[in-house]
Design a protein around this ligand. Structure first.
Ligand code: SAM
Ligand code: SF4
Length: 338
């Protein structure tokens, strides 16, 4: 097993269970213009700007992490497109040697304006969150009446070749789960990858429950009954998503991120950086590790890498939702960076 304390060496980042870290999620802001009912409360105080890592600080951490073997970076938030100068950050990241995959998860409301500039800056693909194809239902879930803006954003992403366009949908029972077939139709007609993400207990408040969450297997059966599905042979073992294609050869992919009903912790190769510079080794971590202080007191790259290795060594074996040991993290999804 790699020695996680080999600071400064070129040994890959690995945790104490031998999982090699290949993916970093960076939250670039905690702010958002929507209030999805499974995520964010109406009245949440934003982090003071001075606490956010600057674009240069974010890019520096990214360079160090990529030099130690991370190949994928995804930007998220909050709503990442609200971060001023996001295309500049994309430019800084796109030029890092060794970074194979640079992606972004967005609510799509600003994409019509920004898809072109982001593509030009070096972004290759986007995931757009879309929980309903019905205007009123969308407005109930996002607590903002902006479905038309999001659909225009998705069109702009496709036109700008931010491909494949992926759609993320969080199904909630009795709220939007009846739209599963409409989403399958969207995938088939537009060649999109639609991913259903199981609702996780990381929301503000206490809406989560096994009765509200809809397991991926249930949706898969419902879609399969109308449009038979076959496993996608190209599905990556480190991807949290189990992907399926249409048996009749129609384009599009349907994926299921079954973090609750079928956890994939054994294959998890991710770490996360919050907008205020805290490293998290798991979405469900109750501990965070401050990098900002190191960055701002002039630490060398070697010192930062040593800290990264020490933190990665503490990565949790698995999450504890459902086994009686679960403690909800203090930060909710929009502040962690989903
Ligand atoms: N604002 C951007 C967006 O909505 O795509 C990026 C941040 S958002 C936190 C990232 C993803 O997390 C979205 O696809 C969202 O649907 C998902 N998400 C948020 N809260 C969740 C929860 N409690 N359970 C499952 N997924 C959640
Ligand atoms: Fe905002 Fe994304 Fe959370 Fe919705 S899921 S409230 S868009 S951060």
């Amino acid at each position: 097993m790699p020695d996680a304390s080999q600071a400064g060496s070129s040994a890959p980042l690995a945790d104490s269970f031998g999982r090699r870290i290949g993916s970093l999620r960076i939250s670039v802001t905690d702010r958002c213009n929507l209030r999805c009912v499974y995520c964010m409360p109406e009245d949440i105080p934003w982090l003071p700007r001075a606490q956010l890592l600057s674009l240069e600080e974010l890019a520096r951490v990214a360079r160090i992490v990529v030099a130690s073997g991370v190949r994928k970076i995804r930007l998220t938030g909050g709503e990442p497109l609200l971060r001023r100068d996001l295309p500049t950050l994309i430019e800084l990241l796109a030029e890092i040697p060794g970074l194979d995959d640079l992606a972004l998860t967005t609510n799509g409301t600003q994409l019509a304006r920004l898809a072109g500039p982001l593509r030009k800056a070096g972004l290759r693909r986007v995931n757009v969150s879309l929980d309903s194809l019905d205007r009123e239902n969308f407005a109930r879930m996002a607590q903002r009446d902006v479905l038309a803006q999001v659909l225009a954003g998705i069109d702009a992403a496709a036109e700008a070749s931010l491909a494949p366009v992926r759609i993320n949908c969080v199904p909630m029972r009795g709220v939007n789960d009846h739209e599963a077939l409409a989403f399958a139709k969207l995938a088939r007609e537009r060649g999109f990858e639609v991913r259903f993400i199981e609702f996780m207990p990381l929301e503000h408040g206490d809406r989560w429950g096994r009765d509200v969450m809809v397991a991926g297997s249930e949706l898969r059966q419902r879609i399969d009954a109308v449009h038979p599905l076959v496993p996608d042979p190209g599905c990556d073992e480190h991807s949290p998503s189990r992907d399926w294609r249409f048996a009749d050869g129609a384009p599009g992919v349907i994926g299921f991120i079954d973090s609750m009903s079928r956890p994939f912790c054994a294959h998890c190769n991710r770490i996360r950086l919050t907008a205020d510079g805290k490293l998290r080794t798991c979405l469900f971590s109750v501990r965070e590790h401050d990098l900002r202080e190191l960055l701002r007191r002039g630490a060398s790259d070697e010192e930062i890498l040593a800290r990264l290795r020490a933190v990665v060594a503490t990565k949790e074996l698995k999450h504890h939702v459902g086994d009686g040991l679960y403690v909800k993290p203090e930060r909710t999804m929009s502040r962690i960076g989903g």
